[in-house]
Design a binder for this molecule. Structure first.
Ligand code: BDP
Length: 707
């Protein structure tokens, strides 16, 4: 009796206790918490009483399991999975249909359609993967609280290969990773499969990512050993039901390092044979292996040039080694010669553009969004629009190497969109980077986009909770680059943070502004590459000596007593000549060049009057000051949303914003005080000069360089 009473009491206590654990961010945007409004839940539940049509393949089983999990959570009642709908109606039906189409147009293999049919919601597509994407799209509708009445939703991906690139090493470190260590536990694989791999795969599938390069582009040959192929195959097995293939970054010299050959010359028959055998071995273990990513003859990595061959020789040999297998080779164009004394801006173009038309049909060339290296703002890479006969992969960086690590809140969709929407004029006006990347401009079958992952072993995956928005936004843009940064921010906010309308508006505005604010207090007016040496954190505009001249800051900003900026017009390095005349015309003239790119292309006098009415010096100082003060505005916006936010999550971001403010001041003071030594002008009113000296700030920065 006593025991029964105690048990009863315990039960009551459990039932009465409000959810007491903090939101640790692990569930990302797939939270599936019960919708707050009972009438709304009721309305959804009427048409979602069961999930049917799931049994046939692992992918369909994954889709129905996700729907069951998601809908049960959101609607607060069990939603059973049944084998077939039979005569029942009022449920969600999954259907693979080889004839599936939308509005009379055949769907692409991964495109889906959700339509009402006899009181059921039918998710259809030509493949099970299409249905999986449709399932997540339906969940998104409910998560973002869209009405289902009259729902007729269809969507095709615009880009074929939508990949995350992990810069993860075999020892568990992540190059430029700021969210803990690697999620891949290589030492435990293949025997133990961390449950986290499945949650990772679910998250990727929910945004349409269909491929994962598991290892760093500065690759270890170890991944190509029989032992590691077994480990990679185990990971592939977890990702497969979620529509994702694995790819490997390869080390060019692998035939020497692990193959016992004395050369890695792509034209050497023994080398070719080695790669062919290796590809066969890979496909035996991983029948849907995606292919290779290669960083060659770049930053000290080996490559075909070591043998007097060019990038096409290397890429083509590797592509041919894939033989009858389905995979592709993504060959990176991130190269800049050793001992450059010209303009690094031009180097990738000079090496790759002449190779257009010389690549095997299975090769794609992977190009970073800008010509230097993932700076907070770059003009689009001039290779876009200059290699019409080669499919180009757009590579963007989600990990915030140059954007404040996991400390600064920076929503990256505006950066990615800026590049995608840039007009190359390759085939007249409207030849955007997006149309080059999705293959539509030059009629390529293959198309791909890659995001350097910001994911690690941190419980919340990305370190900064808002880093999750960048993973999310990348996937959504990879699927459909016409979506706006704002719409994506709304989706993510509602799914991840809150659906309370006023808070959503505040938070979305905060996300939308965050990248331009970061640019303002770090690299305004087109300054670039003035960050801390090697770790790439904090300001170091005075950096004048490094391993190479183009690793310094002074190489890029060229401050002197006359003015500031890199002259890339005809009178300077003439890098502008790599762009089409329309672009040259706009950017080549300091009067018409957008202020955001001004110092990328012009060396202007401190006293030059800009379109804002201020002189260059005054505008520069104004931007540093207003940029740093905008972080106060960011703090106030975050605080305004507090009542709608999980308390632990609120506190986490609020604390990071304090660091961000501190470091924005640090950037401001470092840059205005340093550039003032050249401009020799006062800080313009109404701003007060920094209270610390340049020497003070330098000392701070030096600390970060200490090992
Ligand atoms: C640079 C990173 C370096 C990468 C390189 C790359 O600093 O760690 O290896 O890019 O993309 O931005 O290969």
């Amino acid at each position: 009796m006593l025991l029964r009473n105690v048990l009863l009491l315990l039960l009551c206590l459990v039932a009465a206790t409000p959810r007491s654990w903090a939101d640790d961010g692990y569930r990302l945007w797939l939270k599936y918490d019960k919708l707050p409004n009972a009438a709304e839940r009721q309305a959804y539940a009427q048409g979602m009483q069961f999930v049917a049509g799931s049994g046939a393949t692992p992918v369909l089983r994954a889709a129905s399991a996700e729907l069951q999990r998601g809908l049960s959570g959101l609607l607060g009642q069990p939603v059973p999975v049944v084998a077939a709908a039979g005569s029942r109606t009022g449920g969600v039906v999954l259907r693979v249909d080889a004839q599936a189409n939308a509005g009379g147009q055949p769907l692409k293999p991964e495109g889906y359609r959700i339509v009402k049919e006899k009181n059921n919601l039918v998710i259809t597509g030509r493949t099970d993967r299409a249905v999986l994407y449709g399932a997540f799209a339906l969940l998104r509708q409910v998560q973002t609280r869209q009405p289902l009445v009259g729902l007729n939703l269809s969507s095709n991906p615009r880009i074929n290969f939508r990949l995350l690139n992990h810069w993860d090493n075999p020892n568990g470190t992540v190059e430029r990773g700021y969210a803990g260590s690697s999620i891949w536990q290589w030492y435990e694989l293949p025997e133990r499969l961390d449950p986290r791999y499945t949650d990772y795969a679910r998250a990727n599938a929910s945004i349409g990512i269909n491929g994962v390069v598991v290892n760093n582009v500065n690759a270890s040959a170890r991944y190509l050993s029989a032992e590691y192929i077994g480990k990679v195959a185990a990971v592939a097995g977890v990702l497969r039901p979620y529509g994702q293939r694995v790819y490997l970054s390869v080390m060019w010299a692998a035939p020497k390092v692990i193959g016992g050959l004395n050369t890695a010359d792509p034209l050497d028959p023994a080398v070719k044979q080695w790669w062919t055998a290796k590809s066969d071995e890979l496909y035996k273990a991983i029948p849907d292996f995606g292919g290779f990513l290669v960083k060659a003859n770049s930053e000290g990595e080996p490559g075909p040039q070591d043998y007097g061959r060019n990038h096409a020789d290397g890429a083509n040999m590797l592509a041919q080694s894939l033989g009858r297998h389905e995979g592709v080779v993504m060959w990176r164009a991130f190269v800049y010669k050793a001992n450059s004394n010209g303009d690094r801006f031009k180097e990738a173009y000079e090496e790759f553009q002449p190779l257009d038309g010389k690549f095997d049909p299975k090769v794609l060339v992977q190009v970073k969004n800008g010509p230097i290296d993932f700076q907070a703002r770059e003009p689009f890479h001039p290779l876009f629009g200059a290699m019409p006969r080669t499919p180009l992969v757009l590579e963007v960086q989600l990990t915030q190497e140059y954007l404040g690590f996991a400390t600064h809140l920076v929503y990256l969709a505006p950066l990615i969109k800026e590049c995608l929407e840039a007009d190359t004029y390759a085939k007249g006006s409207g030849s955007t980077v997006a149309k080059i990347v999705d293959g539509s401009l030059d009629k390529h079958e293959l198309s791909a986009i890659a995001g350097v992952a910001n994911i690690g072993s941190d419980r919340n995956w990305t370190g900064h909770p808002v880093g999750q928005a960048n993973w999310y936004a990348f996937g959504r843009l990879a699927w459909d680059h016409t979506l706006s940064a704002d719409v994506i921010a709304q989706e993510w906010t509602k799914m991840t943070l809150t659906t309370e309308p006023a808070a959503v508006r505040t938070l979305v505005n905060l996300l939308d502004q965050s990248r331009s604010i970061y640019v303002r207090y770090t690299v305004p007016l087109g300054l670039h590459h003035i960050m801390g040496e090697s770790i790439h954190y904090g300001p170091q505009p005075w950096l004048a000596k490094a391993g190479r001249p183009d690793w310094t800051a002074v190489y890029y900003h060229k401050a002197d007593s006359i003015g500031l900026g890199f002259d890339r017009t005809k009178g300077g390095s003439n890098a502008l000549a790599l762009y089409r005349p329309e672009v040259q015309q706009e950017w080549g003239n300091a009067q018409t060049c957008p202020l955001s790119y001004l110092l990328w292309f012009h060396h202007l006098p401190w006293t030059q009057r800009l379109s804002t009415g201020r002189t260059l010096w005054n505008e520069l100082a104004t931007r540093y000051y207003t940029g740093a003060d905008s972080v106060l505005w960011m703090q106030s916006q975050w605080a305004a949303a507090k009542p709608a936010l999980d308390p632990a999550l609120y506190a986490d971001v609020a604390a990071r914003l304090q660091t961000q403010r501190k470091e924005a001041l640090w950037w401001r003071d470092a840059c205005v005080l340093y550039f003032q030594t050249f401009a020799k002008q006062p800080i313009p009113a109404p701003f007060a000069p920094p209270t610390r000296s340049l020497a003070d700030v330098k000392q701070l920065v030096q600390l970060y360089q200490l090992k």
